[in-house]
Design a protein around this ligand. Sequence first.
Ligand SMILES: C[S@@+](CC[C@H](N)C(=O)[O-])C[C@H]1O[C@@H](n2cnc3c(N)ncnc32)[C@H](O)[C@@H]1O
Length: 451
Amino acid sequence: MKPSQKKMDTDARVISQQVLLSILKHHHSLTPEQLKPLEKLDDPRDRRWAREIIYGVMRWRVRLDAIISRLLNKPIKAKDQDVHIAILMGLYQLIYMRTPDHAAVSVVVNLVKRSGKPWATGLVNASLRRFIREQDKLSALVDQNDAVRLSHPDWLFSEFKKNWPQQAELIMKNNNTRAPMTLRVNKNLSARNEYSLQLTKKSIAHTCSELQPDAITLEQPMESKLLPGYDAGVVSVQDSAAQCAAALLCLRKGNKVLDACAAPGGKSAHILESCSDLESLTVLDIDPVRVESIKKNMQRLRLPAANIKLEYKVMDALFSGKALATQRFDRILLDAPCSATGVIRRHPDIKFFRRPADIEKLLALQYQLLTTLWSLLAPKGILLYATCSIFNTENSQQIQQFLAANDNARELPFDMPWALKMPVGCQILPGNDLNTVNADGFYYARIQRVN
Ligand SMILES: C[S@@+](CC[C@H](N)C(=O)[O-])C[C@H]1O[C@@H](n2cnc3c(N)ncnc32)[C@H](O)[C@@H]1O
């Protein structure tokens, strides 16, 4: 490899542009896998910068694109999407990172030069300089459209307005913020206050919410492997909203539990940490790679306790009715595939990859999963339905429909002081001004089998 090539491979700006290209051009989701190239950056400041710009561009892309369309006479061709991305990166630095004008422009002009497109340097330079001159006017112009101002695609903007007329503006503002990093302390290995002391000793600022017994929220996110005791299984990273499932299941000694859409296994692990005298836990997911990652995580967390039978199943839960027909479970967790509209601040790519047609398909799948899993529940057993969606059709309407169609199902209501009580179940809306824990958007409903 030529020295200049090596330099480019380890340059935060080049790497950020490549990651964004892979997401926007090749439609790859913003997964940890996609962020792997950042590991080539030795300096943690470079890794932070790259994450900031990648997430930031994804969060603000709708608004930034609206500005670009005012700056250019004609759209950039699809084959030159790297040039378009360079301008997005320049605008993001100018507007949201407060990078000095000359530095933001020169970073982007150099990026374009290096990518072998010298013809584009004039275009990029002129666009960004015009933006600097006319920033106030251009911003006011694009912000006349509320969906653009809040940087959401039109259909998603309309759905949020329809579902949450009072809160939609805040929801979308929160979707454009950074999510907090929350930990779950493995109570088999440490009490929360002991772990909190360890963090304090290492000067890692954090808070312990009174509302979530196992949770600790860090003031600043950090790489999880640098957390004290991480490799030894003392903590996991899990949002406060996701930490509700284990308690809502009302686990009892001797219970047979099924986690039907389990990967990557955060809630399964919390179930095992919460109750050390279950009879069994069956961990099921359709995705074999993700099931392997659950196994690794269980090993790290030193789970399960020796007396609990832990079984892994790679299968479509829609066929679990037949495959698991000989068993009846006392508790079933259905953390259903969903629109993930409650976790947009963590996964801003959802704004672009989710389509209205997906919602119809998800609704049908969720209902089929509910019906199939219901047949596996023992009399008096409890099924906990969860989604990280904030669309009512996927949540309380789905469960209302299910209750209406099944005489042997009744709601087991519960209170959650930081969630909204829905006609059935509770809805957490995302962000600290919509719930006191600053959790993700999440929905829970608990149904009991009467006979
Ligand atoms: C919301 S995630 C579950 C998160 C998990 N409960 C946790 O806390 O870590 C949904 C999971 O459902 C799985 N899934 C989707 N369709 C499925 C199906 N038909 N049968 C089983 N699993 C399915 C996906 O592979 C994905 O891992």
